[in-house]
Design a binder for this molecule. Structure first.
Ligand code: 6U4
Ligand code: NA
Ligand code: NA
Length: 158
């Protein structure tokens, strides 16, 4: 039996650029990623996604502008936790990204994403993100630096 924990992950995009943040503390420290975190009790997933984005890089999005593009699951060999991550993207936002205590934001060209300094799974599924294809992915890790097995399934819609 797995204990599911729900997380959000938001990618802000321009025509040929994507906003990533360098995580400064906690889980995934020193990795570039989208913005997100735990969904709190009594909060919808999409509200959590907008809240975490604002907390972590000061950008404002209307929850309704966030497009759910993926559902990711992460399990870890020998551990009961299943991380259930709901991924969103949008090109519609207000404000300028600002560094916070949790994240240092930076725009990257779509062909210059720093995969060597990201979660190992990201390079496997970013192509779906860039092609706008909704997908489900499951990744089973051993520790944090090795994927034992995975599957990625394109979805008709999310
Ligand atoms: P605290 O420090 O309690 O405020 P919180 O911001 O709620 O934490 P956090 O930052 O630990 O949560 O959430 C983890 C973030 O990392 C979520 O956005 C999901 C994302 N994430 C976790 N594993 C990932 C992986 N293997 N690949 C990936 N994103 C991952 O691309
Ligand atoms: Na976070
Ligand atoms: Na957070």
């Amino acid at each position: 039996m797995h204990v599911k924990k729900l997380f959000t992950l938001v990618f802000i995009q321009k025509e040929n650029e994507i906003l990533l943040g360098l995580k400064k503390r906690g889980f995934g420290m020193n990795k570039w990623n989208g913005f997100g975190g735990k969904v709190e009790p009594n909060e919808t997933i999409i509200d959590a996604a907008a809240r975490e984005l604002k907390e972590e890089c000061c950008l404002i999005v209307k929850p309704g502008d966030l497009k759910n593009i993926a559902h990711l699951e992460f399990t870890f060999e020998g551990q009961p936790t299943l991380m259930d991550v709901r991924v969103f993207s949008t090109k519609i936002f207000e404000g300028t990204p600002k560094e916070t205590e949790e994240m240092k934001p930076k725009w990257f060209d779509n062909d210059g994403v720093p995969f060597d300094d990201m979660w190992l799974d990201d390079k496997l599924w970013f192509p779906y993100l860039f092609q706008g294809k909704p997908f489900f992915g499951h990744f089973h890790y051993e520790g944090f630096d090795k994927i034992l097995n995975y599957k990625i399934e394109e979805q008709v819609s999310m």
